[in-house]
Design a binder for this molecule. Sequence first.
Ligand code: NAD
Ligand code: GLY
Length: 362
Amino acid sequence: MSPPRSLEVQLAARSYPIHTGPGLLNRPDLWRPLLSGRQALVITDDNVAPHYLQRVREGLHDLDHAVLVLPPGEQEKTLARFGEAIDALASLRANRDATVIALGGGVIGDLAGFAAACWMRGIAFVQMPTTLLAMVDSSVGGKTAVDLPQGKNLVGAFHQPRAVIADTDTLATLPPRELRAGLAEVVKYGAIFDAGFLDWLDAHADALLTRDADTLGEATLRCCRYKADVVALDETEQGERALLNFGHTFGHALETAAGYDRYRHGEAVAVGMVVAARLSAQLGRAPSADCERLSALLQRFGLPVQVPAGFAAEDLLALMRLDKKTLSGRLRLILWQHAGKAEIVAGVADADILAALRASQT
Ligand code: NAD
Ligand code: GLY
């Protein structure tokens, strides 16, 4: 078996490894030593459990462990489901040295991580991402949260995992729509950090869509590096980390407006990135040609790039105001200078935001 490809997320207080590669769920030697206590809670969902839960449980055979299997989907990333995770830890009578294992996509990772952050004021957790989106983004960096009807990820905490174990074999069972949603966050890294990576994605689009293992593995590792580097610089998003939110203020508003069940997170981010790029071009901050190129690449990956009819621009703007980047009532947006470079901009006029939303509407 080929060795995992690994890197470290280097933080001031504690660093942790990201291991990616095939077959890692069958490698408890990589993750079992990180579980210091005698107890573990595995949190997963109904789609993931039948494929992968047993392998993880085998690695926990000598521990007192419990399993919580939640229904899948963004609409389940709620305070009520978070309460179930806390109840499961209470039933396990989990000590402070217990570990939560998040086995699934970003919904499970965010929710399980938040439960670990809160139980006894914070216990260890390990991320075992099983979607492309979770491997390239949500499992790394320690943002944990649940949604409210009023907005995405409004209740949460920064709580770093002990390790990220990304078994790329799990991508074989991922539905095509989820693979495409993950590719949106992959494109995001090129858009904000590295125009050359956008070229690479263009050149390897077919291989990514047909799940060529080496190409997906390479993309995953590159994205983890971009993310690990920015998290190391700015763990709690005082500045540069906010660039990772390119497209997200618009995307989160769309997800919230749609009630969390119409869009995959990655799809909403794809639309949001194009709106943000269009707004940047409209303000004369970025070339329109780059915006068109970004839109074309996202469409090549089968992603939506337009705000559908039926969503009023004013309603989306009202939802955007509850974004976590808003300070003293002042919206801050991640805009574009050009492909490969983003910036944080405050004070964009409502009229300009509304115009970009309307220009992006079908
Ligand atoms: P998800 O967790 O809902 O997973 C997508 C779907 O795929 C679900 O139905 C799930 O059951 C299924 N699935 C997962 N792995 C599978 C597999 N290997 N085989 C078959 N089916 C599988 O969604 P996601 O796209 O992984 O994550 C989106 C979430 O991540 C959002 O809530 C978003 O806010 C969050 N997020 C968080 C961060 C962060 O930094 N914490 C970053 C980006 C996104
Ligand atoms: N996905 C945004 C972040 O981790 O900061």
